[in-house]
Design a protein around this ligand. Structure first.
Ligand SMILES: C[S@@+](CC[C@H](N)C(=O)[O-])C[C@H]1O[C@@H](n2cnc3c(N)ncnc32)[C@H](O)[C@@H]1O
Length: 276
């Protein structure tokens, strides 16, 4: 019998296609320093999943501390096996993972909280989202900021909306070679009455074929004005929106500037910042 092919672990594909933790941390650092004229030392990564961002934070400076919260223990376990294992023992001691709900998990007070890749959209009721924002505010030091991201644009409200990107290949730490592959974001359903949406991530990986519905999200797509209003209702002193421009190919230039107005384009990703 030929040797059995090793199963492909979707978390590798997710981290390679979706996450850019250095871009997120650079942005958060810039905005924190702009507001508070000093450098943050501690972060809380909400909906941390594999805790990639928390791990990167403690690698950057020996004074950095990170808390990560996720209620899915198997994903935290994966993060411990593959992301925390990349850290020295001293760095590992500065990452604190909590298996719990972001609505009520207790952490030490931190300078920055981050909730990325639209994860807060899991909360579909305004009151629940406000309670979540209040919990984040309570977990922040007096000089604190809360950074999240959200997508939108005229195409984001189309019932069927696929976004395909080619992602460079890589080799996993256990030696599995993954060639350049396709990441497909499918917005399968969108209800204009309540903005509830179902989205899937699919991958097309040479040698492994089509991996359908590797990840599925059942969300409410919140709008920028709603998020800003709810941040203020939760007690944040400011709610700011940072948006990118577009390069000549129509792609994001990845430079996020504070905006009060913006062209109604087909698609954008914004950072929203709550200032304590
Ligand atoms: C979209 S993934 C985000 C992963 C990663 N942090 C990122 O930025 O790409 C969402 C994660 O949120 C977790 N999650 C969803 N609702 C949660 C809640 N109420 N409390 C804690 N974790 C939650 C899920 O288990 C999942 O790992």
């Amino acid at each position: 019998m030929p040797p059995k092919k090793k199963a492909l672990d979707f978390h590798w594909l997710y981290e390679a296609s979706v996450q850019n933790v250095d871009t997120d941390l650079d942005f958060a650092l810039r905005i924190y320093s702009k507001h508070w004229k000093c450098k943050p030392l501690s972060i809380r990564e909400d909906f941390c999943g594999t805790a990639k961002l928390a791990c990167r934070w403690v690698q950057r400076n020996k004074k950095h501390q990170a808390w990560g919260i996720d209620f899915h223990q198997p994903t935290l376990d994966w993060g411990m096996k593959y992301n925390l294992s990349e850290l020295s023992d001293e760095q590992k001691n500065r990452v604190h993972l909590i298996c719990g709900d972001v609505l009520d998990a207790k952490t030490a007070k931190v300078d920055m909280a981050l909730a990325l890749n639209f994860s807060f959209c899991v909360f579909k009721q305004r009151e629940t989202l406000r309670n979540y924002f209040k919990a984040v505010k309570k977990a922040l030091n007096p000089k604190g900021i809360f950074v999240m991201d959200i997508y939108g644009g005229t195409e984001s409200v189309m019932a069927k909306n696929d976004d395909v990107r080619e992602i460079p290949g890589f080799t996993t730490p256990d030696g599995m070679k993954i060639s350049d592959f396709n990441y497909i974001w499918e917005q399968a359903e969108y209800n204009p009455i309540n903005h509830h949406t179902t989205c899937h991530i699919h991958f097309k990986v040479p040698g492994f074929g089509n991996i359908n519905k590797a990840f599925t999200y059942d969300w409410r797509l919140w709008t920028l004005p709603e998020i800003q209003e709810i941040l203020i209702e939760a007690g944040f002193s400011k709610a700011e929106v940072y948006l990118h421009d577009f390069d000549d190919d129509g792609d994001s230039d990845e430079i996020f500037r504070l905006r009060k107005t913006y062209e109604n384009t087909q698609g954008w990703v914004a950072y929203v910042v709550g200032v304590k």
